[in-house]
Ligand binder design. Sequence first.
Ligand SMILES: Cc1cc2nc3c(=O)[nH]c(=O)nc-3n(C[C@H](O)[C@H](O)[C@H](O)COP(=O)(O)OP(=O)(O)OC[C@H]3O[C@@H](n4cnc5c(N)ncnc54)[C@H](O)[C@@H]3O)c2cc1C
Length: 398
Amino acid sequence: MLVVGAGPAGAELSRGLAQAGIDVILIERLPRLDQAAFSSAALPLEAVHHYGLPAHVVASRWSGWQLIGPAQQRRQWEHGTPLGAVLDFGALRQWLVDQAQSWGARVQLATTALACRQVPGGVLTQVRRSDGRLQQVQSRWVVDASGQSRALLGEPGPGMGPLVGGIGLEWLLEVEPSCWRTWTGRLSFVLGSSWVSQGYGWVFPMQSGLLKVGVCRLMDPGSAQPALGPTMAQLLSRIGLDGGHVIDRHGGLIRSSLDRREPHRQGRLLGLGDAVSTANLLGGEGIRHALCSSRVLLTALLNALKLERLGQSESQQLVAIDRYPQLLRRELGWRWGLSGRLARRTWLGLSHAAADRRLERLLTGLETNRAEDLSALLFGYRFERYGPKALPYLLGWR
Ligand SMILES: Cc1cc2nc3c(=O)[nH]c(=O)nc-3n(C[C@H](O)[C@H](O)[C@H](O)COP(=O)(O)OP(=O)(O)OC[C@H]3O[C@@H](n4cnc5c(N)ncnc54)[C@H](O)[C@@H]3O)c2cc1C
């Protein structure tokens, strides 16, 4: 089995396959896994427990929310105990890859998959090694876990519609202890068109003295959008973080088809994680969904491999694999789908004063909620509990 991409999806799948005794090669184009740690990596505590993530990949824990905007207002919600974690994304990838390797997966960093073609009984993948040499890797299956770049799967075909994308920029800041204390223990989001038009900003606490500050906007094919650099500089200055020392700058794209109807298999090439749109654009969140896709695909693959060992036909093996998209849709749930569609309306529409007024009314409505209710809304996508009050605002009807 060849797995392309050592993000959360590919590394977790490789770990599961290797643990089941399958011969796995995991290739990753980055030479080091602590490089390009583009993800802010906030997630709810249930996901940390569910995926058995160890303490050393957790940079900090949060027990509340702060929403700043649409003007200067700051609203806070606190809970007595932790509700979630902010991970060190580089450490997460390293831990998952170490796990896969210790179960027997062969890991090749600085190796890029270029293309693949189906051959009888398998796939031939062309890869470029760190020294520039090209190599062909033959495997029974190939999994494209290369994230939103979809290195082998390519863009969804005609009739699927273009992917909806968001672009994010994040700086890792070192700040004075007194400053860090004012931001730690909660996830802070900055909302409103005067802050980030068609997007949002965030401040997440990391280890002592460190903050991740980011801005993200949904890409609007219908309008010219300003660059994110000046937006970031303005945000830092308005929230008093422009004195921080920038120790890393990174960023990336997050893309999804929203309805996730794209094929998850092309012959013996399978898609996983962000490569098949598991990232959710509402909060720019995809780590737990990528891990979820790995668990679902692992079960399907192990079933197919068992059928192969039992001498069953290829078409029977493919039936086992082809249950994967449906099972994954079920795992992600209908709320996941709704939240993606809300994301497009919410963020693309947040570009003028009327949208800010709508947002202001929504945030006022949320003031009476508890911190855990906000988590249920933003991580559990439980919009229906706000029913007639909030849904129309979220949907942009009022
Ligand atoms: C700015 C930003 C902030 C985010 N914040 C959060 C957050 O707070 N919480 C959250 O849950 N999610 C967040 N996300 C989303 C989250 O990071 C992704 O959904 C998640 O990483 C997807 O995992 P993946 O394994 O599918 O893909 P990726 O993590 O993208 O991993 C794909 C891997 O494949 C490698 N690769 C690509 N092409 C090739 C190739 N041709 N050959 C070999 N290797 C290749 C890449 O180097 C990469 O390591 C954020 C994303 C961005 C861009």
